[in-house]
Design a protein around this ligand. Structure first.
Ligand SMILES: C[S@@+](CC[C@H](N)C(=O)[O-])C[C@H]1O[C@@H](n2cnc3c(N)ncnc32)[C@H](O)[C@@H]1O
Length: 282
């Protein structure tokens, strides 16, 4: 196990954690229990894209064999999706984010809810090179931004995805197949504005069988709304368009790769035996 999350600084007064709520699949009795997720200032709030992806994630995990539930979350933020995954019996959950604040929030949430999540700070799959996962889940930054260079700090690091919003999406597509076990599945959420066809084509080019697992139309949040005129000028949205479709893409790595012996999963699993350390809408 490696944990590269620093202890929160104590030289200044602690900033308050803000509660968000994530509502995963209905329970057996039909109720939809809320999962409160706290986050520090500047950490992405669990919201519509998180919720849509959480439902698909929970369904995939419940349908999976209990022996194939190794989960990696890329771009974990406060850890909402990892916490949902860690609530499914038999899961082994690892979460990666580049932001210290996000990881401190994820650590606090995992500890508070008593869910085991292994945390790494770093760039996408860099901290887990050589490992294999049955399920990789990601809600990356995908809002198109005028600046081609991505922010290296601050709240907008969770939102800005380069000129067409695809910079981090494409890097997830390029890196996730390397850590997917044969038969494993990538679940990726983004806006239809980013181009669903492009995502499906790029995943197919990596040898994955990709389809759309869920989609849902929503009014723009504040970040898309603030950029609407610019998005119109760029032709990324229709004139007057103020809604976007959120799309969850599912991409499975064929089992046949294992049969050919090209990649086999020999990752040793290490269970974390205790709690691990450590805006706005789009
Ligand atoms: C849209 S938020 C998603 C947060 C959370 N998964 C959710 O759905 O609520 C995107 C997150 O990606 C993180 N991020 C951005 N670039 C990254 C990178 N290259 N590697 C890892 N994390 C990154 C940001 O810090 C932010 O926490």
């Amino acid at each position: 196990m490696s944990i590269s999350v620093p202890t929160p600084r104590t030289t200044t007064a602690p900033e308050p954690l803000v509660p968000d709520v994530i509502v995963p699949l209905p329970a057996a009795d039909g109720s939809r229990p809320h999962l409160p997720v706290l986050r520090g200032p500047g950490v992405y709030p669990a919201q519509r894209d998180t919720w849509l992806l959480a439902d698909v994630l929970a369904r995939e995990l419940l349908a999976a064999s209990p022996t194939r539930r190794r989960v990696l979350e890329l771009c974990a933020g406060a850890g909402a999706l990892s916490l949902v995954a860690a609530g499914v019996p038999g899961t082994d959950v690892t979460a990666v984010d580049v932001s210290r604040r996000a990881l401190v929030s994820a650590w606090a949430n995992a500890r508070r809810l008593g869910r085991r999540v292994r945390l790494h700070r770093g760039d996408l799959t860099a901290p887990v090179v050589g490992k294999r996962y049955d399920l990789v889940v990601s809600n990356p930054p995908y809002v198109p931004a005028a600046d081609a260079s991505l922010p290296t700090r601050g709240a907008m690091r969770a939102f800005d995805g380069g000129p067409d919003g695809r910079t981090v999406i494409d890097r997830v597509i390029d890196s996730a197949p390397r850590v997917l076990a044969p038969g494993g599945c990538l679940l990726l959420v983004h806006s239809a504005i980013n181009g669903v066809g492009t995502t499906l084509e790029k995943l197919a080019a990596h040898g994955l069988d990709a389809d759309v697992a869920a989609r849902c139309e929503h009014p723009f949040g504040p970040v898309f709304t603030a950029r609407a005129a610019w998005l119109e000028q760029r032709g990324l949205i229709e004139p007057g368009q103020r809604t976007e479709e959120l799309v969850v893409v599912r991409a499975r790595r064929p089992l046949v790769a294992a049969a050919r012996g090209s990649v086999e999963d020999t990752t040793d699993l290490v269970r974390v035996s205790g709690p691990v350390p450590a805006v706005q809408e789009r």
